[in-house]
Design a protein around this ligand. Structure first.
Ligand code: HEM
Length: 176
């Protein structure tokens, strides 16, 4: 029998699976078990696409209403994004099963980059909503919408693929 065959399956257990504390992934920043983060992220996601839509409508129509609407939507996206980010960060830091999975930190890094860009997209427009749109505001809105899609998709992956934030316990075996 070759030397490598002497290694038994029992010796190849996943260290994360062995530690029961690391299986605890249930959300603690929640109302009746429903994570606040999941409730709040809908706002920055929707508002960042509203900013892009308003910028495109200004480009198309030239109507001064749209830059004003885009400025307020950018402000709302940033503020609600920060509030959602705080709930996600508390979750990340206090729940061992979330903190100990690299996918959670990937989501955090994506989200912090996104929040910085959302802040810039709002700040650029303060006091000069119309002048800011073409082209820097529109380009920034495109970037924010794209990164919002990636970050939101990745957040969904945390929940649906890794069971992070759920009460059923995490799967340590990544899929896809
Ligand atoms: C800034 C730091 C952030 C951290 C640390 C964070 C962390 C998390 C965590 C731990 C989850 C798993 C579910 C839970 O435990 O609540 C999650 C889910 C999710 N996150 Fe974040 N997040 C952050 C910001 C954001 C932002 C800005 C967005 C907006 C695009 C976002 C979008 C999502 C989505 C869509 C889910 C899936 C929710 C569901 O379907 O239940 N996250 N996030």
């Amino acid at each position: 029998m070759p030397a490598h065959d002497t290694t038994t399956r029992a010796e190849l257990t996943d260290p994360v699976e062995e530690n029961r504390a690391l299986q605890a992934t249930e959300s603690r920043v929640a109302i009746a078990g429903h994570p606040l983060h999941a409730m709040l992220v809908a706002f920055p996601i929707a508002l960042s696409f509203c900013v892009l839509g308003a910028d495109l409508l200004y480009w198309w129509t030239g109507d001064a209403f749209w830059p004003t609407a885009a400025g307020w939507a950018a402000f709302g996206a940033f503020v609600m994004g920060v509030i959602a980010g705080v709930t996600g960060t508390v979750e990340l830091l206090i729940v061992p099963g979330i903190r100990n999975r690299s996918a959670s930190w990937t989501h955090f890094i994506l989200a912090v980059m996104l929040l910085s860009l959302m802040g810039a997209n709002w700040w650029l427009r303060v006091g000069q909503p119309a002048e800011a749109v073409l082209p820097p505001g529109l380009l920034l809105s495109l970037l924010v919408a794209g990164l919002t899609g990636v970050t939101g998709w990745h957040g969904g992956k945390l929940v649906f693929d890794y069971q992070i934030g759920t009460s059923g316990g995490a799967s340590s075996r990544p899929r896809g």
